[in-house]
Write a protein that binds this ligand. Structure first.
Ligand code: PLP
Length: 343
């Protein structure tokens, strides 16, 4: 590791930073020191298929393969010296774990990740390879979260929530800072929603840089907790049975809902099969390997009868699992068949 990719504490950030545009700008100073701007551009075939001009913002090219690394970097930069010394703990098998592991290694903050027994071996190996301590504990993610909280108390580590962390929302907002600065005149941005931290970040930036642009959330109809909370204005817990790992969230989060409730323009639910088709479309029409959650915003665009261009979708991640990879081949096959039939 060289001096330039080491994170220095960013003293003007605090973990309790308010959620506003100025805080996003301060966060971007920390994030952009480590992570270069990601590309955002259009693909003629994809725009033709959608019937509107579509910009794809590529977070799949991040070092961990997902946008969440921005949240990890922002969180590490916001820790106090004492918190940095004691380290952080969380529970996750996915992109959140890799994000903290990557950012922790670059800021000399010890990271402990609790994973449930039975978590996919390849994902656990990735977290470990990035330098985190992995503890296998619990049968479900809920058990692992409870264990993380217990360990945070007994070992003095800072517990990191996957949803209610202002620094993480601000880190995720920097995706949209880059997008709106680079592409003026967008009329709609589709953003995938699990905990809602990415969508909340999108709203914070849009409110200032592109007030005319709509931000539309997209969630799996089989894990609709944030959607239900947004519709009803009340916290929601809904059992998740989606195949899409990055969107498998069973409860709404108060912090992100406080932003989405006042700022999100619309919220679309799509089926897991719609998301899988969008994974295929990303591969055949945008040269991009997306995981399900990374293609969900495109699925939302394709499902939106009122779509208004120019619009943007965010490919939030590329860590496709084995099932998603296998299904791309089926999608490509069916695309070939369609073509043969139309000749
Ligand atoms: C976590 C995740 C999401 C959902 O983001 P939230 O901020 O939790 O709403 C979307 N895409 C990918 C690839 C993710 O890892």
């Amino acid at each position: 590791m060289t001096a330039t990719d080491t994170l220095t504490p960013f003293s003007s950030l605090s973990p309790r930073e308010g959620l506003d545009f100025d805080a996003v700008l301060r966060t971007y100073e920390a994030v952009s020191r480590i992570l270069p701007e990601t590309p955002a551009w259009s693909y003629p075939l994809l725009s033709a298929e959608a019937g509107v001009d579509v910009v794809v913002k590529h977070e799949n090219v991040q070092p961990t393969g997902a946008f969440k690394v921005r949240g990890g970097v922002a969180l590490m930069a916001a820790l106090s010296p004492e918190e940095r010394r004691r380290g952080v703990v969380t529970a996750s098998t996915g992109n959140h774990a890799q994000s903290l592991a990557w950012a922790g290694a670059r800021s000399d903050v010890p990271v402990t990740v609790i994973v449930p027994a039975g978590a996919p071996a390849r994902k656990v190996a990735a977290v470990r390879a990035l330098g985190a301590r992995v503890v296998v504990e619990g049968d479900t993610m809920c058990d692992s979260l409870a264990h993380a909280e217990a360990l945070s108390l007994s070992e003095g580590m800072r517990m990191v929530s996957p949803g209610d962390e202002p620094a993480i929302v601000l880190g995720h907002a920097t995706v949209y800072l880059e997008l709106f600065r680079r592409h003026r005149g967008l009329r709609t941005v589709y953003t995938p929603v699990g905990s809602g931290s990415g969508a909340a970040g999108a709203c914070l930036v849009r409110d200032v840089l592109a007030p005319e642009c709509w931000v539309i959330g997209v969630q799996s109809s089989t894990a609709p907790a944030a959607h239900r909370a947004w519709k009803s204005g009340k916290p929601a817990t809904v059992h998740s049975h989606t195949r899409v790992a990055g969107l498998a969230v069973g409860a709404s989060f108060a912090l992100t809902q406080s932003v989405l409730g006042r700022s999100l323009n619309d919220f679309i639910l799509v089926d897991d099969d719609d998301i899988q088709r969008a994974v295929g479309l990303m591969s055949t029409h945008a040269h991009t390997l997306a995981e399900g959650a990374g293609a969900a915003s495109l699925a939302g665009l394709m499902a939106d009868p009122a779509r208004r261009g120019p619009c943007a979708v965010v490919c939030t991640g590329g860590n496709a699992d084995d099932g998603e990879l296998a299904a791309i081949a089926d999608f490509a096959d069916s695309a070939v068949t369609d073509m043969a039939l139309t000749c």
